[in-house]
Design a binder for this molecule. Structure first.
Ligand SMILES: *Cc1c(COP(=O)(O)O)cnc(C)c1O
Length: 417
């Protein structure tokens, strides 16, 4: 790859080479990241980028769309089959954009929406005041219970009855537990609200059959192909057939312009492999790895938020080590292990400091790591936490992290070294 760029733009070529080296030698534990199959890289670099195709297959605003319609239809049909949905729109450019499209389909500016608080594990696009969502709609937020650190469903019900939202949103970006979609659906029905599940993080686990599928319970489901699905950077929407027209019109012309055709082809590929036996094995391993990591960290004196995990996320309270999330995040990055500082429920620290780190197992599982490697990673994280100011120890951890990462090669022929 990059044979032409190498000759015409040396600066960019060198940057990509440097980033490839970083990816090849690091331990990537950021929960929203993954390593895509080589096919995704090829498809995203394909000639499909040359076409403009506003509208939906068969209903385009430009001529010459007959061929690329086949690719989008393939992706739509595979998405429907993969998740058992009545309708799919695979045009959204990302998860935030997919949410914007659903909001546009069913809400008017100023309407009330009930969603999870960002500080409790929600997402910016679930009504944060600096985000388009919070600026356009009136969001009310629910959170977790102090004792269990799991969603307070009684609070959800109480707030729904009190505020009568037009839409209820379930789904999170740093929530390590299954969400009771049935309970949410009952609450939404009881107040006559639409129900949206944002499964951005867990879509790959749903496809792999190791996480409850929200599709039967929700009016709308949004997701990214990026995270546990290990596909292209992009989003998609699933819904009941009766909302197909509403959703398609909200995506275009409501929110977006021409879709990114090469990315849609990559999404179609992702939905195909997400239905394979190999992918089921991967999904199972992601969870097994997360459970092992949580246990091992707990054994090393870290407090695990909610006491464990059901998915690919381990949320760690690092105050048990006398640290802040920012301090551990920085030290781990120095030592070649990337995680992210993250708020924990009822966090007394600010979002730039935090009391926690969020650790995810999807990316390194894609590289082939199993339980034994998770035990080793927990050990390295423990060493870093105990020796945060000891450069010699951090350098030693870095050496070990690089050696470990190199045992699981990445994109062998991408750039010859
Ligand atoms: C990551 C995420 C998104 C946003 O996806 P982008 O593709 O980054 O826009 C939306 N919702 C949730 C819950 C997420 O975790």
């Amino acid at each position: 790859m990059l044979k032409t760029v190498r000759n015409t733009d040396k600066e960019l070529y060198e940057i990509i080479k440097e980033e490839l080296a970083r990816q090849r030698t690091g331990i990537e534990m950021i929960a929203s990241e993954n390593f895509v199959p080589a096919e995704i890289l090829e498809l995203q670099g394909s000639i499909l980028t040359n076409k403009t195709a506003e509208g939906s297959p068969g209903k385009r605003y430009h001529a010459g769309c007959g061929v690329i319609d086949k690719s989008e239809i393939l992706g739509i049909e595979r998405a429907k089959k993969c998740f058992g949905a009545g309708h799919a729109n695979i045009q959204p450019n990302g998860g935030s954009s997919a949410n914007e499209c659903v909001y546009t389909a069913v809400l008017k500016p100023g309407d009330t929406v009930l969603a999870m608080d960002l500080a409790m594990g929600g997402h910016l696009s679930h009504g944060h005041k600096i985000n388009f969502s919070g600026r356009t709609y009136k969001f009310i937020h629910y959170g977790s219970k102090k004792d269990t650190e799991t969603i307070d469903y009684d609070q959800v019900e109480r707030l729904a009855k009190e505020h009568r939202p037009k839409l209820i949103v379930a789904g999170a970006s740093s929530y390590p537990r299954f969400i009771d979609y049935e309970r949410f659906s009952e609450i939404a029905k009881s107040v006559d609200a639409y129900f949206l599940v944002d499964m951005a993080h867990v879509a790959g686990l749903v496809a792999g059959g190791v996480h409850p599928n929200p599709v039967p319970h929700a009016d709308f489901v949004t997701a990214t192909t990026t995270k546990t699905l290990k596909g292209a950077r992009g989003g998609f929407i699933l819904c009941k057939k009766e909302y197909a027209d509403k959703i398609d019109k909200a995506v275009f012309p409501g929110v977006q312009g021409g879709p990114i055709l090469q990315t849609m082809a990559a999404k179609a590929f992702t939905f195909k492999i997400a239905m394979s036996d190999e992918f089921k094995e991967y999904a199972k391993q992601v969870i097994a790895n997360a459970k092992t990591l949580a246990n091992e960290l707990e054994n090393r004196g870290f407090r695990i938020v909610s006491g464990g995990t059901d998915n690919h996320i381990v949320l760690v309270d690092v105050r048990s080590k006398g640290l802040t999330g920012a301090e551990l995040d920085q030290a781990l990055e120095y030592a070649g292990i990337t995680v992210n500082k993250n708020m924990i429920p009822f966090d007394p620290s600010s979002p730039m400091v935090t009391s926690g780190v969020r650790i995810g197992t999807a990316a390194m599982t894609s590289r082939g790591m199993k339980e034994a490697e998770m035990v080793e990673i927990a050990k390295l994280i423990g060493m870093v936490a105990q020796n945060i100011d000891n450069k010699a120890v951090l350098d030693d951890v870095k050496e070990r992290a690089v050696a470990m990462s190199k045992k699981f090669p990445l994109y062998k022929d991408y750039i010859e070294e």
